[in-house]
Design a protein around this ligand. Structure first.
Ligand code: NA7
Length: 534
C-alpha cells in the first residue's frame, strides 16, 4: 500500500472508497490516463464485504450475477463455489480484482476522508490522518449501506460483556462456545447471523422489533456445468444487464395473481419456494403494485413460517404482519425459522415486551432480565445518505451537503448535485441502488462517469455541475415513481424511517435499471443535458 500522493500536486480525480464501485472506477480512470488515487477507511479493499464478516454473511444475489461483467476474462476464469457466495469468497474476489488490475499502489487504505471542500475549481479532501489531498474531480464510491446505525438503546455503553456489530465484525475468530449471546435486529444481517451463532452459543436470545419476510436461499455448491453455461451465456448476460429491470432477468409466470385460481397460485409459489432466493416475489405481475395481490403472496409466506416453527407463540411472533411483502428488503436465509425450534434459542418480541435498557449484565425488557455475555447489534445502517452526509462535504459558497439534504437527498440522476461541482456519486440516492443488482448499477455508473470525464477532458471543461432545475425534475420523478409502488406503505430504510430524525423520503429510483440507463444515455447523447459546464 502506498502513502498519500504528493500533496502539492493536484490529482485529476480522487476516488473515495475501494469497494466494488471504487475499484472499478479507479481501474477505468487509469485506463484512460487520468491521474487518480483512491482513499479507503478499511485496511483492505472490498467495501461492505470487508466490514460485514459476521458468521453466515452471504450475498442475496446469486454469485453468477453478483460478478463484474466488464472484465470478460475474469468472468470466464473466476470459479464461484456456491450459488450464493459467502463473504470471505466475495472479499477474495475483490482483492483478486485489485491485484489483477494493478490497483493496490493507487489505493491508500486505513484512511478516512473527513472533509471535502470545493474552492477555486478543485476539491480539497482532508483525512483522519491530518493529510490533505487536492483533486479537480471527486468520485464517491462509499456504498449504499456503510454508515453504521448504532441504536440509542439506554445503557448500551454500560454493558460489561462483549458488544459486536454485524457491520464491523472482527477479523479474528470470536469465541462463542458456552456463552450467552443476544442479537438485536432481524433484518438481512440478523437473519443470516442467527442460525450460525446458534451452532456454538450456549444460549441465544433474539430481540425482534419487526418480523421480516424471509425466503430460503436453498444454497448449494455450483456445478462445473453451471459455471460453464454461465461463461457460454456471457453475451446474453451483458445484454440482460442493459435490458432488464434488475440488471438480470427475473423469471415469473407473466400472469396476475388475482387472475389465477388459488390452487394455481399456490402451485407456482411452491415452485418459487423450492427454488429458493428472491425470484418468488416476481411469480405474478401484480403482487408488487396491488395490495390485494400482495396479501396473497404474504399469506403464503406466513403459512410457511407457521409450518416451520413448532411453538405456536414463537411462530406468531415471527410471522410478519402489518406491511406489504417486498416493501422492506426481502431477506434470504438458511434455516432461520427452524433455528427457533432449538431448545437453547429464544425469541423476544419487542412489540410485546420492549427493551427498557441495557444493564451491565444483559438486556432488561419490560417483563424480564436477559443475562448475556455477548451482545450482537444487527441494527442496520443510515442507508444511502449517511456515508455522504457524515463526510463533511462542502460545495459552492460553503454549503454543507448535510444541510442541503436535511429534508431529503436531492440529486440529478443520483450521480451529481447542484451546488457541488465536479463531484459524482456512484450508487447515490436517486439512482436505482438496491432496487437493482448493485453490481450492474455500479458498472453502469462507472462507465457513465468515466465517459463524462473523458468528454470534459476532450472539451477543455474544468467545471461541470448539475443544474438546479434538472435536479428538481429528477427529484420529482423519483418521488413520482415511488408513489406508484407499495414502498411508501412501510417504515423502512428505503424511506429513511429507521433513523430517528431523518427526513422520510424514498431515495431509490424505482423505475428499473433499464429505464434509468436509457435516461442516462439520453443525457449523455445530448451533450450532458442538465449539466452546466465551464
Ligand atoms: P436492516 O435491514 O436495516 O435491519 C436492521 C434491524 O435492526 C431491523 O430488524 C430493525 O428493526 C432492527 N433495529 C434497528 N434499531 C433497533 C432498535 N433500536 N431496537 C431493536 N431493533 C432495532 O439492516 P441489515 O444489516 O440487516 O441489512 C441491511 C442490508 O444489507 C440488507 O437490506 C441487504 O441489502 C444487505 P425494524 O425493522 O427497524 O423494526
Amino acid at each position: 500500500m502506498t502513502g498519500l500522493c504528493n500533496l502539492d500536486a493536484v490529482l485529476d480525480i480522487a476516488v473515495i472508497g475501494a469497494g466494488f464501485a471504487g475499484l472499478h472506477m479507479l481501474d477505468r480512470l487509469r485506463e484512460h490516463g487520468f491521474s487518480c488515487h483512491a482513499y479507503e477507511s478499511a485496511t483492505g479493499v472490498g467495501g461492505t464485504w470487508f466490514w460485514n464478516r459476521y458468521p453466515g454473511a452471504r450475498c442475496d444475489v446469486e454469485s453468477l450475477d453478483y460478478s463484474y461483467l466488464h472484465d470478460r476474462e475474469l468472468y470466464a476464469t473466476w470459479q464461484w463455489s456456491e450459488r450464493f457466495a459467502t463473504q470471505p469468497e466475495i472479499l477474495r474476489y475483490a482483492e483478486h480484482f485489485a491485484h489483477r488490475r494493478g490497483l493496490w499502489p493507487h489505493i491508500t487504505t486505513g484512511t478516512t476522508i473527513t472533509g471535502a471542500a470545493f474552492a477555486d475549481g478543485a476539491w480539497t479532501l482532508t483525512t483522519d490522518t491530518d493529510e490533505r489531498v487536492r483533486a479537480r474531480f471527486v468520485v464517491t464510491a462509499v456504498g449504499c449501506m456503510s454508515a453504521v446505525n448504532t441504536p440509542a438503546i439506554p445503557g448500551l455503553a454500560r454493558f460489561g460483556g462483549t458488544v459486536l456489530r454485524t457491520s464491523r465484525w472482527p477479523a479474528e475468530p470470536v469465541e462463542l462456545a458456552g456463552r450467552r449471546v443476544g442479537v438485536v435486529g432481524t433484518g438481512s444481517s440478523g437473519i443470516q447471523v442467527v442460525p450460525e451463532l446458534a451452532k456454538t452459543a450456549a444460549e441465544l436470545v433474539v430481540f425482534q422489533r419487526t418480523a421480516n419476510f424471509s425466503v430460503p436461499a436453498r444454497n448449494r455448491p455450483l456445478t462445473q456445468a453451471e459455471r460453464d453455461a454461465a461463461v457460454a451465456g456471457y453475451e446474453q448476460r451483458v445484454e440482460n444487464a442493459r435490458t432488464t429491470r434488475f440488471g438480470h432477468p427475473v423469471t415469473g409466470t407473466g400472469r396476475a395473481a388475482l387472475e389465477t385460481d388459488p390452487a394455481g397460485r399456490t402451485a407456482e409459489f411452491d415452485k418459487g419456494w423450492a427454488r429458493g432466493g428472491t425470484h418468488i416475489v416476481a411469480t405474478f405481475t401484480d403482487t408488487g403494485r396491488d395490495l390485494t395481490a400482495n396479501a396473497v403472496l404474504a399469506d403464503y409466506f406466513r403459512d410457511r413460517v407457521r409450518e416451520a416453527v413448532h411453538d405456536p407463540e414463537t411462530a406468531r411472533a415471527l410471522t410478519p404482519t402489518g406491511y406489504p411483502i417486498g416493501t422492506k428488503r426481502l431477506c434470504v436465509d438458511d434455516d432461520y425459522y427452524e433455528t427457533f425450534n432449538l431448545p437453547h434459542v429464544r425469541l423476544v418480541d419487542l412489540r410485546d415486551d420492549p427493551i427498557q435498557e441495557v444493564t451491565e449484565t444483559g438486556i432488561r425488557t419490560t417483563r424480564s432480565d436477559h443475562e448475556l455475555d455477548v451482545l450482537v447489534l444487527a441494527t442496520g445502517f443510515d442507508a444511502f445518505t449517511g456515508a455522504l452526509t457524515r463526510m463533511g462535504i462542502t460545495g459552492r459558497d460553503g454549503q454543507l451537503l448535510a444541510d442541503t439534504w436535511r429534508d431529503g437527498p436531492r440529486s440529478y440522476l443520483g450521480l451529481a448535485m447542484a451546488g457541488f461541482p465536479n463531484l459524482f456519486t456512484l450508487t447515490g440516492p436517486g439512482s436505482t441502488m438496491v432496487l437493482s443488482n448493485v453490481m450492474r448499477a455500479i458498472e453502469h455508473h462507472v462507465e457513465w462517469v468515466r465517459d463524462l470525464l473523458v468528454y470534459a477532458r476532450e472539451h477543455d471543461i474544468t467545471e461541470i455541475e448539475a443544474i438546479e432545475s434538472a435536479q428538481d425534475d429528477w427529484v420529482a420523478k423519483v418521488a413520482d415513481l415511488a408513489g406508484k409502488t407499495l414502498y411508501p406503505h412501510t417504515d423502512s430504510y428505503y424511506l429513511g424511517a429507521n433513523i430517528e430524525g431523518k427526513a422520510r423520503v424514498f431515495a431509490p429510483f424505482a423505475g428499473g435499471l433499464d429505464a434509468y440507463r436509457r435516461i442516462c444515455d439520453g443525457v449523455a447523447n445530448e451533450g450532458y443535458r442538465g449539466f452546466r459546464t465551464a
